[in-house]
Structures are given as structure tokens and as C-alpha cells.
Design a protein around this ligand. Structure first.
Ligand SMILES: [Zn+2]
Length: 388
């Protein structure tokens, strides 16, 4: 396959009018006037690495927590249509047996050879989170390290990341153990204080889950002000921040603050997209997490974001990464950096950057082609066109 004459976005620049030559599933050459078969004319279009979403729950009506082939296929199709070529399936706080179902289905999809969107593993969101900042997650299913986390340690072939709250007793030891098993530990839905957050970072915590949303912040206690994860996330270079850049959870001022302080190497765009992504926004009620869970939290979509029925909180987004690129560049962030935040930076966070995350010779041919306004044109996974 030869992608001709596109504006090719590499890690650090846009190469105008360049060709990308693909052989099999690999990018073999980037240059001018290359020759090859199966030519795709990309004149006037952007040719960028396939986007990598390390925090998403679903789309097109399917939630990964449903743990069904139908829901996985729907959700993967939604993200693939919008330029995402790899993702982690995110769980919600739920009974352990339900989380294990998501892990098992994720394992099956991870093994697929020619997917429409790669499933690289799972992100376990909860149940080791705080009551105070549980957000839309269910309180009765919350756990502490002492309640046991074997179901995490025994499934590290699938689990790439986990979101935890640092103030839970025993958390620093749990972080140390999970990190040693290769799991990336993120802080979020937390109620941590300085004296709990810094030891957690020392133990290996390296990511902030949807930074600024459902997160501890500076507070005064006993006459002393101390920082929360929100401020420590911005100021500690060991932490990378997830940005839910749907213009609702992260508004332009927050985006600019994070970008100025962290830069594109320490920021990751995440969709945190719920099953309502790509679905009608006509006031219908959706389920957060597993569809047939009668106890599950419900939400509606109103004014471009998922909200709990009483309107008090956001429940997640309906915005895929491809649309977030428009949001972010619309606020003046250079396109190269916006793409970086949705490709090579997340690839580095989960340790898959040798194969994925940039257009470079020797990397897997996962490519997203968008028009000059960043609307989706074509998605290529493993050297095969999966959406056009
Ligand atoms: Zn989430």
C-alpha cells in the first residue's frame, strides 16, 4: 500500500506532500515520489498515526462492561470510525465477578489478529477509589487494598492500567506490587492529601486519571493548606495527566493550564467515552457499566455530554479522540502536539511505543487519514483499510 502526497504528521513535524509506503503490516518508508501498488491519494489530507485511547468505556450503544461480542464490536467500530486504532477497555466500579468478565472478553479481543481497532488490554477504573470523589461510580462496590486485589495481580497479562485513590490504607504497598508486575498505576477518583500522594508517587504512581475531574484538590485542614492530586499532577514531573478534552470536563482554560505546565510529552487525550458515543441525543436514558445490571447508574446525554439523571454531575463523555483533536487545536494547541497527546505519548505511558504511536519506518501500519478540517477519511489498522 502506498499513501501518496499527504501531509504526514510525525512525532515532531508535518511533512507536506510526503508518501508513506506500507508493506504487509509495517511502515517501510516515508519520502517523496515513492512508488508502490494499492495507491491511496491523500492530497490535501493529514496522514497521522492511528490514535490510542487508554481510557474509554464504549460507543455505538455498547459498553465494554457488557462483556459481550456485540458490545465490543459496536464500541470498537465507533472508535475506529473516528481514527482510534488502539485502545484499552475501561471497567467501572462493579462487583469483582463483573470486572472479571470484562477482563476475559478483553483477553479474547487482545488476541485478534486483524482487528478493526486493537484492544491492547484493560484499564481498571475502580473499585479502589474514594467515596468522596467516586463520581458516577457505585459506592457499594468500592474496595480497599485489605479487601484483596488478587483479581488484579492474576490478570496482568490483560490489565495495563488501574485507577486508585492514594488515601486508602495500604495503597502505597499495593501500588509498589502492581508496578512491579508491569501495571501502570494512575491516581483518580481520589481524596488524597500531600502526605498520601507523594508516597504513592514514590511507590510508582505515574498517571492522573481524567485530571481535574473527580480529583482531590488543595484544602485547609487544622490551619494548614495542603495540595491535592490536581496541583501535584501539574507540578510533579513524574506524573502524566489524562485530559478529557470534550470541552465540558476540560474547558479551554484548564486545557491551556495543563498544556503550559506539562507539555505534549506529559499529557494524554482520553475519550472516557460511554456507550452513548455516536448514539441519538434525544433524551433517552442510558446505563453506565453493564447493560443488564438493574442496580447500575443511569445517565442521559444533554448539550454534548453525559450527565446523571438529576443533572448534578457529568457521567463521562460521548466524544472520541478524533473529535478531541479538533477541540484542542481549536484552542491554539499545535496540531503536531495534539496528535502527540493522542498517539505516541499514550503509547509510551502503556509501554507499546516500539510498535505503535507514530508514523516511522519499522512501526506497525496503524494510520488515520483526516481531511483539512480533521474530519475522518480513513482508518488503517495493521496495513489494512478498516474504515473509509
Ligand atoms: Zn472512565
Amino acid at each position: 500500500m502506498l499513501i501518496k502526497n499527504g501531509n504526514v504528521i510525525t512525532e515532531n513535524e508535518i511533512l507536506k506532500g510526503f508518501d508513506v509506503l506500507i508493506e504487509g503490516d509495517e511502515i517501510v518508508k516515508i519520502g517523496k515520489d515513492l512508488s508502490g501498488i494499492e495507491v491511496i491519494d491523500a492530497s490535501g489530507k493529514y496522514v497521522m498515526p492511528g490514535l490510542i485511547d487508554i481510557h474509554t468505556h464504549g460507543g455505538f450503544g455498547g459498553d465494554f462492561s457488557d462483556a459481550t461480542i456485540d458490545s465490543y464490536d459496536k464500541a470498537l467500530s465507533f472508535h475506529s470510525k473516528n481514527g482510534t486504532t488502539s485502545l484499552l477497555t475501561s471497567s467501572v466500579t462493579a462487583p469483582v465477578e463483573d470486572i472479571l468478565k470484562l477482563i476475559d472478553m478483553t483477553r479474547r479481543y487482545k488476541a485478534k489478529e486483524n482487528p478493526i481497532c486493537r484492544v491492547l488490554g484493560a484499564h481498571i477504573e475502580g473499585p479502589f477509589i474514594s467515596v468522596k470523589n467516586k463520581g458516577a461510580q457505585k459506592e457499594e462496590y468500592l474496595r480497599r487494598p485489605a479487601d484483596g486485589y488478587d483479581f488484579i495481580s492474576k490478570n496482568v497479562d490483560v490489565i495495563k492500567t488501574i485507577t486508585v485513590s492514594t488515601e486508602l490504607p495500604g495503597m502505597a504497598d499495593m501500588i509498589k506490587e502492581l508496578k512491579s508486575l508491569g501495571v501502570v498505576v494512575a491516581g483518580g477518583h481520589d481524596d488524597g492529601k500531600e502526605e498520601e500522594i507523594y508516597p504513592a508517587i514514590d511507590a510508582g504512581l505515574s498517571l492522573c486519571t481524567h485530571w481535574y475531574c473527580a480529583m482531590s484538590t488543595a484544602r485547609v485542614e487544622n490551619g494548614k493548606r495542603s495540595a491535592g492530586l490536581m496541583e501535584i499532577g501539574l507540578t510533579d514531573d513524574r506524573l502524566t495527566l489524562e485530559l478529557l478534552a470534550d470541552n465540558h470536563h476540560i474547558i479551554p482554560q484548564l486545557l491551556k493550564m495543563a498544556y503550559k505546565m506539562k507539555g505534549a510529552d506529559k499529557l494524554v487525550l482520553v475519550s472516557d467515552c460511554l456507550r452513548a458515543g455516536g448514539q441519538p441525543k434525544d433524551g433517552r436514558v442510558y446505563t453506565l457499566g453493564r447493560e443488564n445490571d438493574t442496580e447500575a447508574t443511569k445517565f442521559i446525554v444533554d448539550l454534548g455530554v453525559a450527565r446523571l439523571l438529576d443533572g448534578t454531575r457529568f457521567a463521562g463523555s460521548i466524544t472520541p479522540l478524533g473529535v478531541m483533536l479538533k477541540n484542542v487545536t481549536g484552542e491554539g494547541i499545535p496540531l503536531v502536539d495534539a496528535v502527540k497527546m493522542a498517539s505516541i505519548t499514550p503509547a509510551r505511558v502503556i509501554g507499546v511505543d516500539e510498535l505503535y504511536g507514530s508514523i516511522a519506518e519499522g512501526k506497525k501500519a496503524d494510520i488515520y487519514i483526516a481531511d483539512a478540517e480533521l474530519n475522518p477519511e480513513m482508518t488503517i489498522v495493521n496495513g489494512k483499510i478498516v474504515e473509509s
